[in-house]
Design a protein around this ligand. Structure first.
Ligand SMILES: C[S@@+](CC[C@H](N)C(=O)[O-])C[C@H]1O[C@@H](n2cnc3c(N)ncnc32)[C@H](O)[C@@H]1O
Length: 266
């Protein structure tokens, strides 16, 4: 990644208050570390770890955890969360495409909705495998392109292409992930579709949350003119409104993602 791409990504993810949106992903993190069979003493790296959802899930299983991310402020939040829970994690500011760790440093490498934003997906995929020891386990999650999470990323990229980073929808399809790890270095690959339900008191409340707290939407909204803002809000509202299930009150939106696990070839 060039210095300016890194700076733009940092600006996006430091904006707003990611924790207030990201906390709704805790279940995906818990499922991933359970499916990977994370054990006490496993050396585990979380890439694009943000405020620590998956790092904390692993720390709850007594793994020896390093949470890495582009944005130092998010990692500070992760450390505060760990302290409140009586857990310990290490942190490292790092670009997923240039991990500052020696080859084969970890037993487990994970990324929940994080590495998908690396500007160079192939390079990031190589880095994930490089720092994983042969026989070590890799675990990833990414929104399905047709799920609200994927559609939201596409919507924001359309309104603010300059700040869009990486190819997040590619990581949300089986073919996309197989293409990134298709050289035989990843074995026992398992893809599964999972769903987390996103709730909000109303579509309007959901919009406010994303506009104020979710970096990509927050930054796009700040840059748009009045017409652009109105269009973004309308399309956002249409999407969440049409995806809600059941009667009121509030909205309950099933959000489906692809979970991929595999083992680095020996
Ligand atoms: C949607 S959040 C996911 C955070 C966390 N993994 C979770 O499950 O809540 C995306 C994260 O990826 C990070 N990120 C974006 N581009 C990155 C890059 N090139 N290298 C490392 N982290 C990156 C952001 O700072 C942000 O914390």
């Amino acid at each position: 990644m060039t210095a300016s791409t890194v700076a733009r990504s940092r600006e996006v993810w430091a904006a707003g208050d990611y924790q207030k949106v990201g906390v709704r992903l805790v279940l995906a993190s818990e499922h991933l570390v359970a499916d990977l069979g994370v054990r006490p003493g496993d050396r585990l790296l979380d890439v694009g770890g943000g405020t620590g959802n998956t790092a904390l899930a692993a720390a709850r299983r007594d793994a020896d955890v390093v949470c890495s991310d582009l944005v130092p402020e998010l990692l500070e939040y992760a450390v505060r969360r760990a302290e409140v829970e009586g857990l310990a994690i290490g942190t490292e500011v790092a670009d997923a495409a240039e991990l500052p760790f020696p080859d084969a440093s970890f037993d487990v490498v994970v990324s929940t909705f994080g590495v998908v934003f690396a500007a160079d997906p192939e390079q990031a995929a190589r880095e994930l495998l490089r720092v994983l020891r042969p026989g070590g386990r890799l675990g990833l999650t990414a929104w399905r392109p047709d799920a609200p999470g994927g559609r939201l990323l596409a919507l924001v990229a359309r309104h603010d292409p300059e700040h869009a980073s990486g190819d997040p929808l590619r990581w949300g399809t089986q073919d996309g992930v197989d293409g990134l790890f298709g050289r035989g270095e990843l074995r026992q690959v398992r893809h599964s579709e999972r769903t987390v339900e996103f709730t909000a008191p109303s579509v309007a409340a959901q919009w406010q949350r994303y506009r104020d707290w979710f970096g990509p939407v927050h930054v796009a909204w700040q840059r748009l003119d009045e017409d652009g803002r109105a269009a973004l809000e309308r399309e956002f509202g249409d999407m969440w409104g049409s995806a809600t299930r059941g009667g009121g009150p509030g909205i309950v939106v099933p959000n489906t993602y692809l979970q991929t696990t595999g083992v680095r070839a020996a």
